[in-house]
Design a binder for this molecule. Structure first.
Ligand SMILES: Nc1ncnc2c1ncn2[C@@H]1O[C@H](COP(=O)(O)OP(=O)(O)OP(=O)(O)O)[C@@H](O)[C@H]1O
Ligand SMILES: [Mg+2]
Length: 309
């Protein structure tokens, strides 16, 4: 649904986005992570035809961001929550949405229906007649999300949707994103919140001017070191450690207090056998867990290792 090939953008001498090639499937929630100034917003703005690219290709569905005619079609296909919400303070929540709905030429009935559905879903229907200027930052953010969806777009770009939101409001927005995912919409999500990325995204791209990595959160977490199983035992006996150490599928074993930390290639396949053998050797197993790095560990490592611009 979203495709780029060597997409680049320069501002004068500064390269903001450097040769980014990526593909986002229809119905996928794709997270874009990267430090301040990494080029996330610039990428989104190019994809939404808001700024031109310097070189490379970008395509949304069947349309390329090169021509004005295609950009018009792209604008109908996509919804965007920009970094700065940009609503009319002197209009009510309802009128703001109604105004943008008209701009998108959403028919009257559909517009009414959508405004009511979206404001109710985001918990602000009761405040629909209040002026947007009287709302808190978080409520404005929610209205801007509703605005991005007023014309039922297939593809949604959310640039830091939960920045500035309190934990409860952030949860409302995250649940909302999960609802949109069920509707098979394609969602491109810029965020600094690693936990949010992990919970919402099918895949994550890590950007630092260049695209450093793209994978599912699970695979990224596993990429830092080889896979490890931890066996928590009542006590580590000689009999148990001898059996485990000599298993072909255990690449290395470390003992730490009452735990065995085992390096294995395929724990899903081999853990059942491991458990059976440890039990027959008289081991009393309390827990079997996986030693994983967090997305934060991986993110920080990749960002630190990435060559400076
Ligand atoms: N209109 C512009 N003119 C000049 N430089 C710009 C412009 N827009 C962005 N930049 C520069 O491009 C780089 C990328 O900025 P961008 O806003 O895309 O980063 P970002 O990843 O969205 O960062 P943040 O996490 O802080 O939102 C930055 O160095 C920024 O200063
Ligand atoms: Mg940004």
């Amino acid at each position: 649904m979203i495709d780029t090939e060597n997409l680049s953008r320069k501002f004068g001498n500064l390269t903001a986005v450097d040769n980014v090639t990526l593909h986002v499937d229809e119905g996928e929630v794709f997270g874009f992570l990267g430090p301040n100034g990494a080029g996330k917003t610039t990428t989104v703005r190019m994809l939404c035809c808001l700024i031109s690219k310097t070189s490379g290709k970008a395509q949304i569905g069947d349309f390329t961001v090169d021509t004005e005619a295609d950009c018009l079609k792209i604008r109908k296909l996509i919804g965007i929550l920009p970094e700065n919400v940009g609503l009319y303070d002197s209009l009510s929540a309802y009128r703001n949405l109604d105004f943008y709905g008209k701009l998108y030429e959403v028919p009257d009935d559909r517009r009414k229906e959508n405004i009511e559905r979206l404001l109710k879903l985001l918990g602000i229907w009761e405040r629909r007649e209040d002026l947007v200027g009287t709302f808190s930052k978080g409520t404005k953010q929610k209205i801007a999300i509703a605005r991005a969806l007023i014309h039922d777009p297939q593809v949604l770009f959310l640039d830091e949707p939960t920045a500035n939101l309190d934990p409860e409001a952030a949860k409302t927005v995250r649940d909302f994103v999960l609802e949109l995912k069920k509707e098979k919409r394609t969602i491109f999500l810029n965020t600094h919140n690693l936990d949010e990325a992990e919970r919402l995204c099918d895949r994550i791209g890590i950007l630092k001017t260049r695209l450093i990595a793209v994978d599912s959160p699970k695979n990224l977490e596993r990429s830092l070191y080889s896979r490890k199983t931890i066996l928590h035992l009542e006590t580590v006996t000689e009999a148990v450690s001898t059996v485990v150490k000599n298993l072909g599928f255990v690449k290395s074993m470390r003992v730490s207090e009452n735990k065995l930390i085992l390096d294995m290639d395929n724990p899903e396949r081999d853990n059942p056998e491991l458990v059976r053998l440890v039990v027959s050797a008289g081991g009393n197993i309390q827990y079997v867990t996986e030693l994983k790095s967090t997305l934060e560990d991986v993110y920080l490592k990749l960002i630190r290792e990435a060559a400076p611009k």
